[in-house]
Write a protein of this length. Structure first.
Length: 147
């Protein structure tokens, strides 16, 4: 599979807005691009995700990787997309099975692959309840807030 999609969340005030994190791994010169109105912190996810995947014992694909954060008209801010981008890259490259169809993911990655706290887990959990998403994957220290 060279295409994968997982869910995450964008924030508008205290409201959580569903975001599809789509990853396509194609042929061509190696590149890693993030589109869909990302801010600087989201653009920096490229380096965190690349290092975290390698240092967690997986192979980072040396191919053309395009990450789309949809809907494109909603601003995406902060490191909350590190985990969903990394998981989608691993699914698209066939390194992990896609067990994330009924899940939403959020979390910042350290360079060694560990998860770090992110703000906004409560709006994520509320959005999941409203959308009928049964599984929320967040850093361990944020699980109490996720409910």
């Amino acid at each position: 599979m060279s295409l994968a999609k997982v869910r995450s969340v964008a924030f508008r005030g205290i409201e959580g807005i569903p975001v599809d994190v789509e990853v396509d791994i194609g042929s061509g010169l190696p590149a890693f691009n993030i589109v869909g109105l990302p801010d600087t912190a989201v653009q920096e996810a490229r380096e965190r995700v690349r290092a975290a995947i390698k240092n967690a014992g997986f192979e980072f694909p040396l191919r053309r990787i395009t990450v789309n954060l949809a809907p494109a008209d909603v601003r995406k801010e902060g490191p909350v997309y590190d985990l969903p981008i990394a998981v989608a890259v691993l699914v698209a490259s066939g390194q992990v099975p896609n067990h994330f169809a009924d899940a939403a993911l959020a979390g910042e990655l350290s360079l060694d692959g560990r998860l770090r706290h992110v703000a906004g887990v409560l709006p994520l959990a509320a959005m999941c309840a409203a959308e009928g998403i049964s599984t929320v994957v967040v850093p361990q220290e944020d699980t109490a807030e996720a409910g």
